[in-house]
Design a protein around this ligand. Structure first.
Ligand code: SF4
Ligand code: SF4
Length: 430
C-alpha cells in the first residue's frame, strides 16, 4: 500500500498559533487602546499631550505595523486560512466584543462627547502642528480614522500585492483619506478658511448644496471659497455622471470615498459576513433608494422654502436638515455602518444607507460602460466570488450562467475576480 504525504504550507498548519511578533503587536494595540480610554478620566497621562500621543497613536501604529509588515513575506491573496472558522472573522464572541466596542465608541462620539474631553489631548500635538488650533472630538475621530485606513491599507497592499488593480485602488483610497479628508481640511482651518472636504458631494453631503451653503460660498470674496462652491456643483452634477459612465461607481466607492476607504481597509477581514440572501437584496433596494428619495425631497423642499423667503418651513427648515445629519449621517453611517462591521460585513452603510451609492448605482446599472464579464464555461462553482463579495452579490449565479454582472450595488472592488481560481471574472469597460 502506498502512503501519500501531503505537505501543507506552514502558514496553514500554524494558523491557530500566532507568531511572537504578532502577539506583541496585538498587545501593543490593546495597551494603546486601554491608555486612550484611561485618558478619558483625565489624570497625569493627559497632562503631557506629547507623551499621551506617543503612548496611544504611536504605540498602536508600531503594534499594527509589527502584525502587518511580516505579511509581505507570506503568499499574497486570500487563502481561506482559518477565516471561516475564526471567532473574530466569522461572528464569534471576539467579533461581537469588537462590534460592541466600535458601537460604544460611536455612541460616545455622537451623544456623550463630554467623555472624550480628555481623550482629545492625545491628538493635540498633531492638531497644533496641522491646524494651529487645539484638537476637538472630530479631529480625534478623523485622526483615528486616518490611522486605521493607513495601517490596514498597508495590510491590503501586502495581501493583494499580486494584483496591480488592488495596489492602485488601495493606494488611491489611502491617499484620498490622508490628503483630502485629513490634511487639506486641517490646512484650510489654519488658513482661517472654510473647513471643506473635496471628496464628498451631494447627496452624501446634502448640506453642501443647500441654498444657505451655496449663497455663503458665492457671496464670499475669498477665491478659495468661491472655488469650493464651483467644485461642489461641478462634481455633483457633471463629474459624477461622466466618471460613472466611463468607470462605473468604483471610481468613487472603491477609489475615493472615505467610507469606502475604511470598508476596503479596516473592513476587509469581515467582508465575507455580508448577507447574500434574496431578502437582504430586496431590503437593500427599498432602504437605499428610500434614503435617496428623502435627500432629493429634502433638498427640493429647502430650495423652495428659500425661494419663498422661508414661508413654507418656517423654523422647521433647520431641524428638517438636521434630521438627515442625525438619523442618517450619525446613526446609520457610524453606529450601524462601522459598529456592525464584524457582524454584518464591511459595507452595511454603502449597501443599505448611502444616498451617493444609490445614485451612482442607478447610473452604473442603466448608463455605464462598466461591467464584470463572465466566462461561464470555466466556472467550477466553488463559490469563492460570492463568499467574498462585500456587497452580498451572488456572483457565482451569474458566472454559472455566463451572464455579465451589471448590478447597481457592485462597488467594483475586484475581489471576486481576484479570488476566482479559474479566471472567470473580469472587470471591464465596454
Ligand atoms: S461583485 Fe465583485 S467587484 Fe462587485 S462588489 Fe462584489 S466582489 Fe466587489
Ligand atoms: S470563484 Fe470563479 S470558479 Fe468559483 S464560483 Fe466564482 S466564478 Fe465560478
Amino acid at each position: 500500500m502506498t502512503t501519500i504525504n501531503i505537505m501543507l504550507p506552514k502558514e496553514i498548519t500554524d494558523r491557530h498559533q500566532l507568531p511572537m511578533h504578532e502577539r506583541i503587536g496585538y498587545g501593543m494595540v490593546a495597551l494603546a487602546a486601554f491608555l486612550l480610554l484611561l485618558g478619558a478620566f483625565g489624570g497625569p497621562l493627559t497632562a503631557s499631550p506629547v507623551l499621551y500621543c506617543l503612548l496611544t497613536i504611536g504605540l498602536s501604529t508600531i503594534g499594527g505595523l509589527m502584525v502587518i509588515l511580516p505579511r509581505f513575506r507570506q503568499l499574497p491573496g486570500i487563502k481561506n486560512n482559518g477565516v471561516m472558522t475564526s471567532g473574530l472573522t466569522r461572528r464569534g464572541l471576539l467579533a461581537w466584543m469588537l462590534g460592541v466596542a466600535f458601537t460604544a465608541f460611536y455612541v460616545i462620539l455622537y451623544w456623550y462627547p463630554e467623555y472624550l474631553g480628555s481623550m482629545t489631548a492625545s491628538v493635540d500635538p498633531i492638531s497644533w502642528t496641522l491646524r494651529g488650533a487645539p484638537a476637538d472630538r472630530w479631529f480625534l475621530y478623523g485622526t483615528l480614522y486616518t490611522v486605521a485606513v493607513l495601517i490596514m491599507g498597508i495590510r491590503m497592499l501586502a495581501k493583494y500585492r499580486h494584483s496591480p488593480y488592488h495596489l492602485v485602488r488601495t493606494a488611491s483610497v489611502m491617499l484620498s483619506q490622508l490628503a483630502l479628508a485629513f490634511v487639506l481640511p486641517a490646512i484650510l482651518v489654519r488658513l482661517h478658511s472654510h473647513e471643506f472636504y473635496f471628496h464628498y458631494f451631494w447627496p452624501l453631503k446634502p448640506d453642501y448644496l443647500f441654498p444657505s451653503s451655496l449663497q455663503a460660498l458665492f457671496a464670499s470674496d475669498d477665491k478659495l471659497i468661491v472655488f469650493m462652491g464651483f467644485w461642489t456643483v461641478m462634481m455633483s452634477f457633471i463629474a459624477v455622471p461622466v466618471l460613472t459612465y466611463f468607470f462605473g461607481k468604483r471610481w468613487y466607492c472603491s477609489w475615493v470615498c472615505g467610507c469606502g476607504a475604511l470598508a476596503e481597509t479596516m473592513g476587509d477581514p469581515f467582508r465575507q459576513n455580508s448577507d447574500k440572501s434574496l431578502k437582504a437584496w430586496k431590503a437593500e433596494r427599498w432602504i437605499v433608494h428610500g434614503v435617496l428619495v428623502f435627500i432629493v425631497l429634502t433638498t427640493a423642499l429647502i430650495w423652495l422654502n428659500s425661494w419663498y423667503g422661508g414661508e413654507i418651513l418656517g423654523s422647521w427648515s433647520a431641524s428638517w436638515a438636521k434630521a438627515y445629519g442625525f438619523y442618517i449621517g450619525s446613526l446609520f453611517s457610524g453606529v450601524i455602518g462601522v459598529g456592525f462591521y464584524p457582524i454584518m460585513g464591511s459595507r452595511v452603510w454603502c449597501r443599505f444607507g448611502c444616498p451617493q451609492a444609490a445614485i451612482l448605482g442607478l447610473l452604473q446599472k442603466w448608463f455605464s460602460r462598466f461591467r464584470i464579464t463572465t466566462n461561464g464555461g470555466q466556472c467550477i462553482s466553488c463559490g469563492n466570488c460570492s463568499t467574498y463579495c462585500e456587497m452580498g452579490i451572488d456572483v457565482r449565479s451569474y458566472a454559472q450562467r455566463g451572464v455579465d454582472i451589471k448590478r447597481a450595488s457592485c462597488v467594483g472592488c475586484g475581489v471576486c475576480a481576484s479570488v476566482c481560481p479559474r479566471g472567470v471574472l473580469k472587470l471591464e469597460n465596454q
